[in-house]
Design a protein around this ligand. Structure first.
Ligand code: IMP
Length: 437
């Protein structure tokens, strides 16, 4: 029996992790974020009919919606405290108890005003746009690696915080003014704001590593909730069109402060087709604008609009060669396929099984954007189905061709499908093998 699970996105993000984490949380006592920041957007739909409520979370782990589940923000997350406090307030206004259940690592690097200004100014200047969310994520991780971050625990010592802030902002304001031709950020304002944040964040601080270690020792089930997707991983994704953190399963250990032996099962969340927001190569991409075209159906029926930036997501056929790379770099135990119903009614469905790269045929997504940009997709065609699969709760009730499509994906990706999600509600889920059992 698997005790601790890691849930990660296997594509370019937005695979529908939020619903699955929430669904799995009825078996867990703790949910942990371990990378990324408020660039992530996890949508949860709870309840039926007029009682239905939609929650959009960026930083607080999805487990917060369930009573009696503790939520942890590990050291691998870059933290915009203002955003976190806003999210906490929204949850509390909805009657959700947060204070006694949310634990934030003092080791999280802070996202400050200059990170946001740098992110946006750089993106504006860049010719080949990455399409960042503009939330300061990249510059905050840069400071971490450059060993000049202010971390959450720095807030607890105002004198040394001010000293470090002056030094780091002197550097960033120089870049903002003289290289990026932007207004500088006021250091005193940032300091005063950070000190108000210090008081408010104090009650949430805890040694996350220690808490997880103890919870594990008490035999509590833990869920590690990934953000973004493996193909946006800083090392393994389509660099430089990636986010700034490691989003692969291994990061759950480093970004939460636990050892890899504490991770027992890796669930790879995978959309039945592919989407991507922002720039970067996308070999199986389709036209999303022509009415009636498959890409347009994915875009409209799949409501493929970014949760954070409200940009239209790019859409394309399922890419099994990309999935193979994802399976490899994550040690995926099982897949959860989401949004199968979006393909209902498409007569012929195509699947990307490999690429032609510089005259050679390959069946594994290459590393980095340059090579991927030169990849021409090799597509196979399978029969679609006309029946509705939305909300179907058992494998046997799926149309034969939908079953066949899923079996084909399983075979091509060389990973078993353990779960199929057929709608946003918790019970709109087909379980072939429960990840916790
Ligand atoms: P950043 O993470 O804001 O630096 O953005 C870098 C790239 O990652 C851009 O292409 C973003 O659109 C993409 N990205 C960041 N977060 C998400 C997410 O949660 N879902 C999908 N794409 C994301």
């Amino acid at each position: 029996m698997a005790k601790n699970l890691v849930v990660i996105g296997t594509q370019w993000g937005d695979e529908g992790k939020g619903k699955i984490v929430d669904w799995l949380t009825d078996h867990a006592e703790g949910v942990v974020r371990f990378q990324g920041g408020h660039n992530a957007g996890h949508t949860l739909v709870i309840g039926q009919g007029s009682n239905q409520k939609e929650y959009k979370l960026n930083l607080v782990p999805s487990g917060i919606i369930r009573k009696n589940v503790d939520c942890f923000i590990g050291n691998g997350v870059v933290l915009d405290i203002e955003h976190l406090l806003h999210e906490i307030k929204t949850l509390e206004n909805d009657g959700i108890e947060v204070k006694s259940r949310l634990f934030v690592s003092p080791g999280c690097p802070l996202i400050l005003k200059h990170h946001v200004a740098l992110d946006q100014a750089r993106e504006a200047k860049r010719e080949a746009k990455i399409g960042t969310t503009g939330k300061g994520i990249g510059p905050a991780y840069e400071d971490k690696v450059a060993r000049r971050s202010l971390r959450v625990y720095d807030l607890l010592n105002p004198d040394s915080f001010k000293k470090k802030l002056l030094e780091v902002m002197d550097y960033h304001n120089f870049v903002l003014q003289h290289y990026l031709k932007q207004d500088p950020i006021d250091v005193n304002q940032q300091f005063d704001l950070s000190m108000t944040h210090a008081e408010k964040i104090k009650p949430y601080l805890a040694d996350v590593s220690q808490k997880l270690y103890e919870a594990n020792a008490k035999n509590k089930n833990l869920l590690f909730e990934g953000a973004q997707g493996s193909l946006l991983d800083i090392d393994h994704g389509t660099y430089p069109y990636v986010t700034s953190s490691n989003c692969v399963s291994g990061q759950a250990a480093a970004g939460a402060g636990v050892g890899p032996h504490m991770l027992h099962y890796i669930l790879g969340i995978t959309k039945a087709y592919t989407t991507r927001v922002g720039g970067g190569p996308f070999p199986s991409e389709l036209d999303i604008e022509s009415e009636g075209a498959p890409g347009n159906q994915m875009s409209t029926k799949g409501k493929e609009i970014g949760t954070v930036t409200k940009r239209k997501r790019r859409c394309g056929w399922f890419d099994a060669a990309a999935l193979k790379r994802s399976a490899m770099i994550n040690s995926i135990s099982g897949l959860c396929i989401t949004k199968l119903d979006v393909l209902d009614g498409i007569k012929k469905i195509e699947i990307c099984v490999g690429y032609e790269l510089d005259g050679k045929k390959i069946d594994l997504l290459p590393l980095g954007a340059d090579q991927v940009e030169r990849c021409k997709p090799i597509l196979i065609e399978v029969d679609g189905w006309s029946e509705n699969t939305f909300g179907v709760k058992s494998w046997d009730d799926l149309p034969k061709n939908a079953q066949q499509y899923l079996k084909t994906l399983e075979k091509l990706c060389e990973v078993p499908i353990h779960v199929v999600s057929t709608g946003p509600e918790r019970d709109e889920t087909i379980v072939l093998k429960h990840p916790f059992e």
